[in-house]
Design a protein around this ligand. Structure first.
Ligand code: FAD
Length: 269
């Protein structure tokens, strides 16, 4: 199938992108790496009247250390996340995204704005307590990643807002574990364990509409419980979605194992 017709605007600045989106009155879409949007357009699951290409906006790509965090520009490609050394957890997780060609084009901002329930970067964002910067017609605002994801493929972003940067705290200890049928497939379940400012955070992806904190596991660990106890407590709390790829029970069992592995890799006990 071919895309429905659309106007194309190559924005030279964030202001121009946001203004063009505002003028499109809810009928515009940002084009970043195109790895999720283009298939959606080709299948005519979306028919925007205008595409705003943000790829040539200067200053939006790169990973910059800043104190106990890194700032990741929206246009940072997944491959650049794999190659950087400032935030090893991000590098570990980004390795799992699709295949080489997808990592070469797909962007951090696109992945987080697209909010696929089985995508890696949203789970790292929730797992580390990341903050997202968003530009809109009225200026910029910041929000916690946990408040950004509101449903499968749904975020708190307005139709005329653009995500420009994500600030990922740098954990002192971290672990990432993922279960997918084949390497490069979207995850069935993934877990992030991150010690940030002395607190252990555990987040899961692939088990529901949005990334979730495994708060039961966090409580067990804070109370001195073992990794196995933490993983079991988290699994008990979960109500995973069943689909073609696995039953709810299967996902619960895999989630417990992914939590155990992520915590083990983090060296947390
Ligand atoms: P685009 O496709 O350009 O845009 C996606 C959506 O986000 C659009 O609605 C767009 O308007 C919006 N958007 C983009 N940038 C912004 C912004 N800065 N502000 C606001 N809105 C914005 N992803 C994974 O995480 N894990 C995988 O295992 C995985 N496997 C894949 C396998 C295949 C075969 C394919 C085709 C894709 C896969 N992906 C996977 C998706 C890939 O990571 C995409 O790169 C990502 O989902 C979207 O990033 P993008 O830059 O390509 O965004």
């Amino acid at each position: 199938m071919k895309c429905a017709p659309f106007d194309y605007v190559r924005a030279a600045s964030v202001d121009e992108a946001v203004t063009t989106l505002s003028q499109a009155d809810g009928d515009g879409k940002i084009l970043a790496g195109g790895q999720s949007l283009v298939p959606v357009l080709a299948l005519r699951m979306a028919r925007p009247s205008v595409l705003v290409d943000v790829n040539r906006i200067p200053g939006l790509a790169g990973v910059t250390p800043e104190g106990d965090a890194v700032r990741v520009g929206a246009l940072t490609r997944h491959s650049a996340l794999v190659e950087q050394t400032h935030h090893p957890l991000l590098a570990d997780a980004a390795r799992w995204i699709g295949h080489t060609a997808i990592r070469a084009r797909g962007t951090a901002g696109g992945s987080i704005a697209h909010a696929d329930p089985s995508a890696e970067l949203p789970v790292v964002a929730v797992g580390t307590g990341a903050t997202v910067t968003v530009a809109g017609p009225g200026g910029t605002r910041q929000l916690a990643a946990e408040d950004l994801f509101v449903g499968a493929l749904m975020t708190d972003l307005a139709e005329d807002e653009m995500l420009t940067e994500v600030r990922f705290p740098l954990p002192t200890r971290w672990g990432f574990a993922e279960f997918a049928r084949r390497h490069g497939d979207f995850a069935l379940v993934m877990a992030v364990a991150a010690e940030v400012e002395g607190t252990v955070r555990v987040a899961l992806g692939g088990i529901g509409a949005v990334p979730v904190r495994a708060e039961a596991a966090e409580r067990v660990l804070a109370g001195g419980g073992s990794l196995r106890e933490a993983a079991a407590a988290a699994a008990e709390q979960l109500t995973p979605t069943a689909d073609l790829h696995g039953s709810a029970e299967f996902r619960r069992a895999i989630a417990a194992e992914m939590i155990r592995r992520a915590l083990t890799r983090a060296g947390l006990s």
